[in-house]
Design a protein around this ligand. Structure first.
Ligand SMILES: Nc1ncnc2c1ncn2[C@@H]1O[C@H](COP(=O)(O)OP(=O)(O)OP(=O)(O)O)[C@@H](O)[C@H]1O
Ligand SMILES: O=P(O)(O)OC[C@H]1O[C@H](OP(=O)(O)OP(=O)(O)O)[C@H](O)[C@@H]1O
Ligand SMILES: [Mg+2]
Length: 403
């Protein structure tokens, strides 16, 4: 793929060239050819300057992105796919896919952004290569396929679905019957250079790293892509390293986890390319909006709004009574409003209405405490969003980016 830079719009040129060191880039009037390569660079061959751009940058230059500058990768299949769309919908970010077999979609609320459906591991690889700017995947996938790459940044670390852990598991029977910890496993005399512990896993980066860190020297890994739990019973492996959620699959296959054998805890996260966040303002702005909506929704999920009536001599006196109870402090203290009524021609506060947010888990305790201080007519309603002055993770992101 090649095109002359002079044939693309000024805007696109800027998009492309912001990725190229200005010292390498001569004046825009120079003769360029843009070709598709993973990393942007500039070199000269036979007197012609050639600008090498990632697939994304080329598509920007070609105008294929309809002027959208931000690319968000979402899982195209697997157990994360539906939950991801559901979460975005709950944040009023409906993904509009014209056709289920089409891998590109849009979110009408974010006009600057396009969605690309990809396999989870490809989302991580494309964040690293610069072909995606943002992506939602499991933390396990970021850790395995990101391989500690410093360009990957976790923008939201707890999207509250896809909970699982990457764990080492061994048979309950035979030589493993009394092995209950990773230390026991490391100390077994059976593992030698000639006969290492055979571990089946799809995590070929995290697996060896974890075993080394835990002092297991004689280990041999084999890769497998699914139904790993069968490997020990089939005699293909001694142990497995795989994702565990309820533990049912391990149990059904006569396997057990061991103390110290959890490699990592995982759930869905929003990851980003540090370079994209720093170099293109549109990416940072879109990230801010997505983060605001995610935080406001996820914060609200765990809360109820509770309204109650209470008699009292003043708003302050009622507030003091409410704040004397440990479960009634709300997010930022109670709202206390006078409820007026007319008696003998005179309008005065008859009682007070209090409004607080309470964690769902503490609901019944809160109702009991409200009653104990004279509350009545308690109404409980769901909260849809809680917007803070600023999304708490936004500050953290800016500081990670050094901004
Ligand atoms: N049992 C589980 N319970 C909860 N979440 C899980 C579970 N297994 C996997 N996950 C999470 O869902 C993500 C996607 O898993 P899934 O097995 O659906 O991937 P996939 O799309 O089939 O990819 P692959 O083709 O590599 O298997 C995992 O990376 C993990 O974060
Ligand atoms: O602890 P549990 O709740 O039983 O879940 C664990 C299982 O879930 C995942 O498999 P998945 O269903 O995605 O199938 P796969 O191995 O073919 O990807 C994982 O690989 C385990 O096999
Ligand atoms: Mg799978």
């Amino acid at each position: 793929m090649a095109l002359s830079l002079s044939s693309v719009t000024q805007h696109c040129q800027q998009q492309c060239l912001s990725h190229v060191s200005s010292s390498l880039f001569p004046t825009p009037s120079s003769h360029f050819r843009i070709i598709s390569l993973r990393h942007p660079c500039l070199y000269r061959r036979a007197g012609v300057s050639v600008l090498c751009l990632s697939q994304y940058q080329v598509s920007v230059a070609n105008g294929r992105t309809n002027g959208k500058v931000v690319r968000l990768g979402l899982p195209s299949k697997g157990r994360m796919a539906d939950d991801t769309l559901e979460l975005l919908k709950d944040c009023q970010l409906n993904v509009r896919q014209v056709n289920p077999r089409q891998y590109v979609a849009e979110i009408p609320q974010l006009s600057n952004l396009e969605v690309w459906f990809q396999r989870p591991k490809d989302i991580v690889k494309k964040l690293v290569s610069g072909d995606l700017d943002l992506g939602i995947v499991g933390f396990d996938t970021v850790s395995e396929h990101g391989q500690g790459n410093e360009d990957l940044i976790i923008v939201h670390d707890a999207l509250e679905y896809g909970d699982c852990r990457l764990s080492l598991a061994i048979p309950k029977y035979g030589i493993f019957e009394n092995v209950t910890s990773i230390r026991d496993l490391a100390q077994m005399p059976q593992w030698t250079a000639e006969r290492p512990l055979r571990v089946a896993t799809g995590f070929s980066y995290l697996g060896p790293k974890f075993m080394e860190e835990n002092g297991l020297k004689h280990v041999k890994f084999s890769t497998a892509d699914g139904a790993l739990e069968a490997a020990p019973a089939m005699g293909i492996a001694d142990a497995i390293m795989d994702l565990v959620s309820s533990g049912t699959t391990l149990k059904e296959n006569n396997l057990k986890e061991i103390e110290g054998g959890v490699v990592l805890e995982s759930q869905a996260v929003l990851a980003a390319s540090r370079k994209a966040l720093i170099q293109r303002k549109g990416v940072l702005d879109a990230t801010n909006e997505i983060l605001e909506r995610l935080e406001a929704h996820l914060r609200a999920v765990g809360q109820f709004t509770v309204t109650a009536n209470m008699r009292g001599s003043s708003a302050e006196e009622v507030a003091e009574r409410v704040l004397s109870q440990p479960s009634l402090s709300g997010l930022q203290g109670p709202t206390v409003s006078p409820v007026f009524c007319k008696r003998d021609g005179k309008v005065s506060p008859d009682y007070y209405a209090i409004v607080i947010c309470v964690p769902k888990k503490a609901l019944y305790k809160s109702v009991q405490q409200l009653r104990a201080i004279g509350g009545s007519g308690v109404l409980v309603s769901p909260v849809t969003y809680i917007f803070e002055e600023e999304a708490p993770r936004w500050r953290q992101l800016l500081s990670k980016l050094g901004l």
